[in-house]
Write a protein that binds this ligand. Structure first.
Ligand code: TXA
Ligand code: MG
Length: 318
């Protein structure tokens, strides 16, 4: 079979699996998703069971276009501006659900809002198009674990729980989507991610409220301990302590970096986009090589805000 024939065969199998209420490992530009038919309550229940996810955690619904999203949710003027600026791309919008939207109750965990996004990945868009309906997909990791940025990660997390995994190599962004919700007229950053706060604020022409300010909506991906490797994580490390693994950043390493039992550099040139893309696979690569992973300081600007958010949760007491 040619490459394109085997891609077609994979897509066909995945589409059939979704229609049968089974789960598919779906590549996106952010991380791999564990995808199921958003209209099929049983498929969604399988996602929750496979992830071991607390039931109250709602899922993101993936669509092919703004027009398809409009059939499910109601856009305010600001929401529409953000969608036009960033879709397809790593931005999820939490918007009021239409009364007649064919979305299983479990997807929203009973909320009256739905998180929607159009992913910027040809394979995801092909799958959504071939399936012909909204696809719900959380990140394809067990609840609380590190998110998957390769098909191998998905297989390691789920093995038999998925009907198939569409392998499209490594995810370009490597961090989940930025989630923006709305409290009345005010836009609120619910989760930092692949689109920077500054980029969103520029399109809105005003500041985003942050999720640690009082909120009507909260994103459970904001649980204190999340994205956690099995080893413990020590942040802002400028020295390696005996027995530690090291995740470094930039060209200037701790002077005792050689003492680390395992080491990986997120971006030797100090590029935050490259570091974001490598973050989750780096955590997996050094996980369980040492009781503790020391992580060098990462600048808190641009994509650094989302990287530091994930690292803080990975390091949180469990
Ligand atoms: O990049 C991404 O967003 C990836 C890829 C697969 O698209 N998906 C992802 O999904 O990260 P997940 O389930 O791991 O995270 C979804 C987050 C959760 O924190 C959830 O609580 C929040 O979205 N969320 C979903 N629906 C919501 C709603 N109606 N209101 C508030 N938060 C919501
Ligand atoms: Mg997740």
């Amino acid at each position: 079979m040619s490459n394109s024939d085997s891609r077609q065969a994979g897509l066909f199998a995945a589409t059939k699996a979704l229609a049968a209420g089974e789960l598919v490992g779906m590549p996106t530009e952010t991380v791999y998703g564990l995808a199921g038919d958003a209209a099929n309550g049983q498929a969604i229940a399988r996602i929750f069971a496979a992830k071991g996810r607390p039931r109250f955690n709602p899922l993101i619904v993936h669509l092919g276009s703004i027009e398809e999203a409009q059939k499910i949710v109601v856009f305010s003027a600001s929401a529409r501006r953000l969608a036009e600026a960033f879709w397809p791309g790593p931005l999820s919008l939490v918007l009021p659900k239409r009364r007649l939207a064919r979305i299983a109750e479990l997807v929203t965990a009973g909320l009256e809002t739905v998180a929607v996004r159009v992913p910027a990945h040809p394979v995801a868009l092909d799958l959504i198009g071939a399936f012909g309906g909204p696809v719900a997909a959380p990140s394809a990791n067990r609840s609380g674990h590190v998110s998957p940025t390769t098909a191998t990660h998905v297989a390691a997390e789920f093995g038999d729980a998925v009907a198939c995994i569409l392998d499209a190599g490594q995810c370009r962004v490597g961090l989940e989507s930025t989630i923006v919700g709305f409290a009345g007229d005010e836009a609120v950053l619910l989760r930092s991610g692949g689109i920077t706060r500054q980029a969103v604020e520029e399109v809105l022409g005003r500041r985003l409220a942050s999720s640690d300010e009082p909120l009507k909506v909260t994103a459970p991906g904001m649980l204190a301990s999340h994205y956690a490797p099995k080893s413990s994580v020590r942040l802002r490390a400028t020295q390696v302590r005996p027995g530690e693994a090291l995740i470094s950043f930039g060209a200037v390493l701790p002077d005792n970096a050689g003492a680390a039992v395992a080491t990986i550099n997120l971006s030797p040139s100090g590029d935050l986009a490259e570091a974001a893309a490598n973050l989750f696979s780096a955590l997996r690569a050094v996980d369980e090589k040492a009781p503790t992973i020391a992580v060098m300081p990462i600048p808190d600007e641009g994509l650094g805000e989302a990287i530091n958010d994930r690292l803080k949760r990975a390091a949180a007491p469990r």
